[in-house]
Design a protein around this ligand. Structure first.
Ligand code: EPU
Length: 433
């Protein structure tokens, strides 16, 4: 299906009600898929979200000779006994950011890697200097030339070392962890990122026989092991998908029970929603979300590394602030430019002024449907939330971004009462999907 030219059509303004399940976490899945290269064995990965970033990650593995077998809609068997490092096609790795994990995984397994520079959402400059610094500390020579990164350790042997991250980076922390898992000796990553997907990746590697301690804290300690073995492993639920549906309930004034999630992972989101006047009732692995009053209160929000408010919830939160009473401030402190979606939201009647890293959001009682673009993944889902909350019809273009990260989005939303569909072009006209 040609989603690149497809559109989402929403007839908004209906409160959504019912249960909405959360799929496996995208950013854990992509890290774990590449980590399987370190095992030389078969792994079965369960609860993999059926999204395009996972598909591209598996295609990249296949392109380097790994055997990938789909065992069910959310389960794959990955057999990494044979890997041909150095031949991943640029067109594939350039499609997504997480392809940089191929570098750490190949270095960990072979002591060398040759991989195209990663693509992904455009938030301004997306450097990988901290990844490179970590690889160099482990004894690698690293060159970046002609759109490729080439790294190799002397005699193919990486040596454990102490690595201090100058900025808190999710990808940098995971990549250095991958490279260090089979290095000789002991590695310490200091000022490490704390995100749940870092813990999930470390748990996967430990289940394969790695010796990683402290994942989820500032300091990750890795004692290199000679070999890893295969396992069956289940990916944790996606905290950003969970947070997205929590905001959707509040934005549409409905009541959603978000199921199959880990409430602890969304504490920063829960805290802000409660401050806005949203009721959140936790019950085991689900939360039920609804407004306590017809109005939402304005709040100030600043994105931060975990356990702070996630940058990947910035656009969704901006939609909710647009519907609150009074003026809110939303400050982005992780990415350089994450407000590209603001112009789209303004077409729907939102009143937002961006000054550098802060958006001033003046609440309005309602948004109105319009034709908008999904400028990136989280910006795209924010347009879906805005469209479902708005009066009238919203038409969203460039929707391939959205399907990079949200499994079964349309059917999950229809099941809670949304009037939403995807249309894809067929020759000269559009047909329903
Ligand atoms: N940074 C550096 N140098 C580096 C690496 C990062 O300066 O070597 C800076 C970045 O420029 C940014 C900050 O550090 O300002 C954080 O970047 P980080 O490395 O943590 O981001 P990432 O690993 O590339 C992951 C997620 C993103 C999410 C960020 C922040 C994956 C595949 N991607 O990216 O998720 O926004 O962490 O939490 O895990 C998304 O899912 O929509 C998404 C974009």
């Amino acid at each position: 299906m040609d989603l690149d030219r497809g559109k989402i059509i929403i007839s908004g303004g209906k409160p959504l009600k019912g249960a909405i399940p959360v799929s496996g976490m995208k950013n854990a899945a992509v890290a774990i898929i590449f980590s399987t290269i370190l095992t030389e064995d078969k792994c079965i990965i369960e609860n993999l979200p059926n999204i395009s970033d996972v598909k591209v990650s598996l295609d990249i593995l296949s392109s380097v000779g790994v055997k990938v077998r789909q065992l069910g809609p959310n389960t794959v068997e990955i057999d990494s006994s044979v890997v041909n490092p150095g031949i991943a096609p640029y067109e594939l790795v350039n499609k997504m950011r997480a392809s940089y994990y191929l570098i750490g995984a190949e270095l960990g397994r072979f002591g060398r890697a040759y991989v195209g520079l990663p693509g992904g959402c455009d938030f301004g400059i997306r450097p990988i200097d901290q990844h490179i610094k970590g690889f160099e500390a482990l004894g690698c020579d690293v060159k970046v030339e002609g759109g490729y990164i080439e790294a190799a350790a002397q005699n193919g042997i990486l040596r454990g070392s102490s690595v201090y991250m100058d900025v808190v980076t999710v990808g940098g922390t995971i990549n250095v962890m991958l490279a260090a898992v089979r290095a000789e000796g002991y590695t310490e990553i200091e000022n490490a990122a704390h995100e749940p997907h870092i813990v999930d990746t470390a748990n996967f590697l430990n289940a394969c026989g790695a010796d990683i301690r402290g994942a989820g804290t500032d300091t990750i300690k890795i004692r290199g092991v000679k070999k890893l073995h295969g396992v069956t492993y289940t990916i944790i639920p996606d905290m950003i998908e969970a947070g997205t549906y929590m905001i959707l309930a509040a934005a549409t004034g409905g009541q959603l029970t978000v199921t199959n999630m880990i409430p602890k992972h969304v504490e920063s989101i829960t805290a802000k929603l409660e401050e806005m006047g949203v009721s959140i009732e936790e019950d085991g692995d689900s939360v039920t979300v609804s407004r306590r009053a017809p109005f939402l209160n304005h709040v100030n929000v600043k994105t931060l590394p975990y356990p702070g408010f996630p940058t990947d919830m910035n656009p969704q939160m901006c939609v909710l602030l647009s519907l609150a009473r009074g003026t809110s401030h939303l400050t982005e402190s992780v990415w350089e430019s994450r407000f590209r979606y603001v112009e789209e939201l303004k077409r729907m009647g939102a009143r937002i002024t961006v000054n550098g890293k802060t958006a001033e959001v003046e609440g309005t009682p309602s948004l109105r449907g319009a034709r908008v673009r999904a400028v990136d993944l989280r910006a795209g889902i924010a347009m879906v939330i805005a469209g479902l909350a708005a009066r009238g019809v919203t038409e969203i273009d460039e929707i391939h971004h959205i399907f990079r990260g949200y499994e079964d989005l349309i059917s999950k939303l229809k099941a809670v009462g949304a009037d939403i569909k995807v249309i894809v072009p067929k020759a000269t006209e559009y047909e329903d999907y």
